[in-house]
Design a protein around this ligand. Sequence first.
Ligand SMILES: C[S@@+](CC[C@H](N)C(=O)[O-])C[C@H]1O[C@@H](n2cnc3c(N)ncnc32)[C@H](O)[C@@H]1O
Length: 223
Amino acid sequence: MATRSTYLTDELNDYIATRFSSESAALRLLNIQALDAGIPAISISPEQTNFLQVMLRSIGATTVLEIGSLAGYSAIVMAQALPSYGVLYACEYDPTHAQFIRGKAREFGFESVIHVLEGAALQTIARLLETTDVTFDAVFIDADKVNYSAYLDLVLPRVRLGGLIIGDNALAWGEVARSATTLFEPHNVQALDAFNNHMCTHPQLQSTLVPLGDGMVVGLKIA
Ligand SMILES: C[S@@+](CC[C@H](N)C(=O)[O-])C[C@H]1O[C@@H](n2cnc3c(N)ncnc32)[C@H](O)[C@@H]1O
């Protein structure tokens, strides 16, 4: 009987990625085109695509909030797991990214599903919550690390029971368990550590951390 998790080598990671990925050729191309358009290559990894889709389908998600959408890669992945009448709000601060996402949403046939909320997410989400009675089945947090905990506190009241909060970069580029990080932005590592702790101690959530990509912390709303 194993009492510790198996160490995830590059070989094992490739094994997972080649079997458990939902990345299509069109999505691969999206990332290439994004890079050509000057958008950095910091989307989720292929093995995370399938995981997000399994999560959304398992709870029958129809309404999703994404915080940090870059070029639309993960937004499109998640839109693919929603019914045709589903809605995905894609929060994106950078106007160039937001424009790119709108174009890709059209190209992938998700014009009526993906709604880009352009601007700083704390503000755009607050406005959405004030002006609508929307509740979310799932929220995927993948933007500015220092605000992860603030995003959780802001959205959780409007996540349905049985809904999910998923945060990317839970392993903080491998630095989260180090007492003194060598990264040039230690505040991001500290913020991700604080977010993980907020997720695993929150009385309304049962959370787990899945070491796919840079790690995803997943919280199920139980109260
Ligand atoms: C890691 S990328 C998101 C990757 C995307 N989820 C994917 O996998 O395809 C982070 C994005 O968050 C955006 N961002 C950063 N701070 C933000 C904020 N305060 N509000 C909204 N978006 C923000 C950045 O412009 C960037 O496009």
